[in-house]
Write a protein that binds this ligand. Structure first.
Ligand SMILES: [Zn+2]
Ligand SMILES: [Zn+2]
Length: 128
């Protein structure tokens, strides 16, 4: 892995919450790595395609994968109040979506499930 890819992955891991490409870039620059936006996007695309990170379409943001060594469908619970993002382990097994895809002749390469709601900490706190 090239150093920019590794730095991007470390940045995502350290954040512990979804980061947009420009947040990642700002952190790289703050850490003294003069990365340009195309390089950051290429690094993020690489990490997503290799399974080291996932892209959250609903937020145009990226998170580091918690278990990159297992084949899995990424499923996230995202707190709309504090941005806490929890990746759950969903086994990669054929489901209704796969059946619909094969009926349509569509080859699924990646599936990301995103559930938005309120985390335990925020539910206990004062009502927003
Ligand atoms: Zn994952
Ligand atoms: Zn929360």
């Amino acid at each position: 892995m090239t150093s920019i890819r590794r730095r991007v992955l470390e940045t995502l891991r350290a954040a512990g919450k979804p980061l947009g490409a420009y947040d990642v870039l700002a952190q790289l620059n703050a850490a003294g790595l003069p990365a340009q936006p195309p390089a950051a996007y290429r690094a993020l695309d690489f990490l997503v395609s290799e399974g080291f990170a996932h892209k959250l379409s609903s937020r145009r943001a990226y998170v580091a994968c918690d278990h990159p060594d297992e084949a899995h469908v990424a499923a996230f619970m995202i707190c709309r109040r504090c941005d806490l993002t929890i990746e759950t382990s969903v086994a990669a097994r054929p489901g209704p979506l796969d059946e619909a895809a094969s009926a349509a002749g569509f080859a699924i390469e990646r599936t990301v499930l995103e559930a938005e709601g309120v985390c335990a900490g925020c539910r206990e706190g004062p009502a927003a």
